[in-house]
Design a protein around this ligand. Structure first.
Ligand SMILES: Cc1ncc(COP(=O)(O)O)c(C=O)c1O
Length: 350
């Protein structure tokens, strides 16, 4: 049976050409700072983001967590969105590794506003934790790949600078935001003190993320990366995959976005499914199955029996994610099988 795996863009596997680039990588010991391919990648990312320096890290989680630790002191508070990755999917690492607490604010489509953040700034009083950092996520995973409006980022950034509070961007999928809007990575990054970016999502590398920021901040990240076990010696093999992805897999993200939109429009036409087409902005599609039909977990199970793999994302919500291994025929197949599953569910048949 054909399988269409839409569970995540992290599923993507290195292509044959990417593997060749990895095999040919010139390497050295990166813990000594001597891996030429990692050094080249870090320089390229520093330039791309307009930051002084960059650091290759093993994962998006490690990039966020070294950043949190480098920006804060134990006991401080970090403002973020209650749907964000740092709050939900990083194993409680902010408390465990940096000793900070998260003040997770409810957002709309992954966006928290300046007004919300302002209200949550802690007064300078010994009773309160001190606000040490603000984190935003762009694109926003749990909100369905939504793009943070640049104007809101600008307002938050200007205010945070006035207050002397650092701003970190979880940009695991900032590439998608940049391709979808035409706003450069450097422009987005300019509003933040630090930014983390992933190569192992839509860009298709097997491993690897990067953090960019001021030189002294990156030096502190380097310390925490070592402490977290992230010194990876001849990691140039991995950096070569990231460099290959930068050269070959960024512009093509537009194809993933188009496929997500096409599937969303198709699903919206199936009675019993609800899709907010406005939220389908990049490579993630979230839709709902109506309560009268079934729950999301059951729907995911039924789709799985037809070879369509995806995740339930709430009692009625289902998430599908696009990446370089998903083609137009997979969109057609998913539509056909989803319509079939819905017809059976509504007809009361298995
Ligand atoms: C927005 C966001 N940030 C960070 C991460 C963490 O990346 P990793 O799985 O490489 O740790 C993810 C993973 O999907 C993510 O979606």
């Amino acid at each position: 049976m054909k399988t269409v795996d839409l569970r995540s863009d992290t599923i993507s596997r290195p292509t044959a050409d990417m593997r060749q680039a990895m095999a040919a990588a010139v390497v050295g010991d990166d813990v000594f700072g001597e891996d030429p391919t990692i050094n080249a990648l870090q320089e390229r990312i520093a330039e791309l983001t307009g930051k002084e320096a960059a650091l290759f890290v093993t994962s998006g989680t490690q990039g966020n967590q070294v950043s949190l630790n480098a920006h804060t002191r134990p006991g401080q508070e970090v403002i973020c969105n209650s749907d964000c990755h740092i709050f939900n999917y990083e194993s409680g690492a902010a408390a465990m590794l940096s000793g900070v607490q998260l003040n997770a604010l409810p957002g709309t489509n992954g966006v928290i506003t300046l007004e919300q953040i302002r209200l949550n700034l802690r007064p300078a009083d010994d009773h309160y934790p001190q606000t040490g950092l603000i984190c935003l996520e762009n694109t926003h995973n749990r909100a369905g790949g939504t793009i943070y409006p640049l104007e809101e980022i600008r307002r938050i950034s200007a205010w945070a600078r006035e207050q002397g509070i650092s701003l970190h961007l979880d940009g695991a999928r900032l590439w998608n935001a940049s391709v979808a809007t035409g706003i450069s990575i450097a422009e987005y990054a300019a509003y933040f003190d630090s930014v983390s970016l992933c190569f192992s999502k839509g860009l298709g590398a097997p491993v690897g993320s990067v953090v960019a920021g001021p030189r002294d901040f990156i030096a502190r990240c380097h310390f925490y990366r070592k402490a977290y076990g992230g010194g990876i010696r001849q990691g140039g093999i991995l950096a070569a995959a990231a460099l290959y992805a930068l050269d070959h897999h960024v512009a093509r993200l537009a194809e993933d976005h188009a496929r997500a939109k096409r599937l969303a429009a198709g699903l919206a036409a199936i009675p019993g499914l609800r899709v907010d087409l406005n939220t389908v902005q990049t490579n993630i599609l979230i839709f709902e199955v109506e309560e009268s039909v079934c729950g999301a977990a059951e729907m995911v199970g039924r789709l799985g029996e037809e070879g369509i793999l995806c995740f339930d994302f709430g009692p009625q919500r289902i998430r599908m994610v696009f990446y370089l291994e998903i083609g137009d025929e997979d969109v057609d197949y998913t539509l056909e099988k989803t319509a079939l599953v819905m017809a059976r569910l509504k007809g009361g048949k298995r």
